[in-house]
Design a protein around this ligand. Structure first.
Ligand code: ATP
Length: 242
């Protein structure tokens, strides 16, 4: 069984990585593919370019067994519709392989507004990961009906069909979002420990989130930044959303 984790990844963070690992381990996925989108459909376009987001994903997952970068959406022009991505994956993997599309609870709540959602379900299962702050009660009656009709009682049912079921997976609750990280960088605050250092280094080097530079390491005299004289515009107050 293969997992597919699509996202903007602008930038990729520990929220993505930890829940991806939770799902991989819980479901015994032989592979979990991270698919950075190219042109977003229902949201503002990413701040970082596709090549940089691809590189951030690559360094974030490097060395993690079973984690794989799949950049087919970045190679395709136009909107990154999941239904097209799945069709292309089915051409590669055949019709029988069970495919699990991972979606956060926030994304799942608007699933029926996605492009051709029922065609998506004809090509993949949905694995819904609860996310802090996302509604767990599905207000949309049509979505409730889909859940009622397709929900698995046990995860083993995902292996019995290539597509069409919905599974709710408990995952580590991490209140981390790319938006929060971009805002922190733009405000000159450190998002360290919310994402891999290698990803943060890339974001800083490319200055893609218009951030003022912010020291994370101790000063040469060993004092942490909070104890040292703050650089102009640099505050070391708590890291909360801008
Ligand atoms: P942004 O803040 O820019 O909207 P994001 O943090 O939501 O970004 P995306 O790349 O848009 O990240 O998300 C890709 C997928 O990962 C979505 O299905 C989303 O629900 C899920 N996701 C993101 N962060 C988390 C998290 N902390 N816990 C669980 N799921 C998450």
């Amino acid at each position: 069984m293969i997992g597919l984790f699509g996202g903007t990844f602008d930038p990729i963070h520990f929220g993505h990585l930890r829940v991806g690992l939770d799902v991989q381990q819980a479901l015994g996925l032989e592979e979990l593919r991270f698919l950075p989108l190219n042109v977003a459909v229902h949201r503002e376009q990413p701040a970082a370019g596709g090549a940089l987001r691809r590189e951030m994903v690559r360094v974030a997952i490097a060395g993690q067994p079973g984690f794989r970068l799949d950049d087919r959406e970045l190679s395709r022009s136009g909107h990154s519709y999941t239904v097209d991505t799945l069709a292309s994956l089915r051409e590669e993997l055949g019709r029988e392989m069970p495919l699990c599309l991972l979606v956060g609870g926030d994304a799942f709540n608007s699933f029926l507004d996605w492009h051709r959602p029922r065609d998506i379900l004809s090509m993949a299962h949905l694995v819904v990961m609860q996310r802090p702050g996302a509604q767990t009660h599905h207000r949309d009656p049509a979505l409730r009906d889909e859940v009622q009709a397709r929900r698995c009682g046990h995860m083993a049912e995902l292996e019995l069909a290539p597509a069409g079921r919905i599974w709710f997976q408990d995952v580590t609750q991490l209140e981390i979002s790319s938006t929060r990280i971009r805002r922190m960088l733009a405000a000159g605050r450190s998002p360290r420990f919310l994402l891999p250092d290698a990803v943060l280094d890339l974001a800083r080097r490319e200055d893609c989130y218009a951030g003022r530079q912010c020291a994370d390491s101790a000063d040469s005299d060993g004092r942490p930044p909070a104890a040292s004289a703050a650089a102009p515009g640099h505050t070391n107050t708590g890291d909360t959303d801008a």
